[in-house]
Design a protein around this ligand. Structure first.
Ligand code: SF4
Length: 244
């Protein structure tokens, strides 16, 4: 079934094989909405410290808080908030940047071609989309898909922190520069953040960085590096599980 799914997407070479980790090309389409090539060179200002949200112990309450949030100006231009989607008992949390136009319309993160590629990337390491939880740094779409502003991140990041506190993931995979820099509170380029084990938050959750699938659609030469990142994340989780 998994192979059929990957074949349907034209990404059969992303199938994980026992003992055969060699990656290969992903589909070389380039219609993604959030180009990251030029933006890789722009280091953002450090965001202000996130505003504490207070303890939230229930997914429903948190979802309602996000849906009704007017803490930054993005509430004026959104169609709807994009809370996140997936298994609330997932070991893996995938964190992206912010909703794009289609995510804003559908209310779900990572839909469209970038979402399909993310699904394929996850499947390649044995993770169907429904087994992980997927969320963004921002829950509302920045107009024109511009970069999030520091004050927007500051207002919204507590929601992601609350999601992490409820989910208690065993590992976080941050996709793209914006997610990586904001989770790590750094302006280091993505190339320097990849290939290392980081940690996030009070729970010291293991955090691995890779490219945004939208970027990979535009820059297929980096798909091989993304595959290395995924293998690194999978091996890290296996290693940590073995030490428990
Ligand atoms: S982006 Fe976040 S902080 Fe801003 S209005 Fe949306 S939910 Fe609230």
């Amino acid at each position: 079934m998994r192979n059929a799914y990957l074949d349907a997407l034209g990404i059969d070479r992303w199938v994980a094989r026992h003992g055969a980790q060699e990656p290969a090309a992903l589909p070389e389409t380039a219609d993604e909405p959030r180009p990251e090539v030029a933006r890789e060179r722009v280091a953002p200002a450090a965001p202000p410290a996130p505003v504490p949200l207070g303890p939230i112990t229930d997914w429903g309450v948190l979802r309602e808080r996000v849906a009704g949030c007017t803490a930054c100006d993005l509430c004026k231009t959104r169609t709807q908030t994009v809370f996140g989607v997936g298994n609330t008992r997932a070991e893996w949390l995938i964190v992206g940047e912010a909703p794009g136009a289609e995510e804003d319309r559908q209310g779900e993160p990572f839909v469209g071609r970038a979402g399909q590629l993310l699904n394929a990337m996850l499947l390649a390491i044995g993770l169907p989309r429904e087994t992980v939880f997927i969320a963004n740094i921002l829950k509302c779409r920045p107009p024109g898909n511009r970069d999030p502003k520091p004050e927007e991140v500051s207002r919204c990041l507590p929601f992601l922190s609350a999601q992490i506190a409820l989910l208690k993931p065993k590992i976080i995979l941050a996709v793209g520069r914006i997610a990586a820099q904001n989770l790590l509170a750094t302006d280091a380029p993505l190339a320097r953040l990849r290939g290392k084990l980081h940690h996030f938050g009070e729970a010291n959750t293991p955090l691995v960085i890779t490219y945004h699938p939208a970027y990979l659609l535009r820059t297929p030469a980096d798909k091989r590096k993304a595959w290395e990142d995924l293998k690194f994340a999978r091996a890290t989780l296996a290693r940590l599980a073995g030490t428990n």
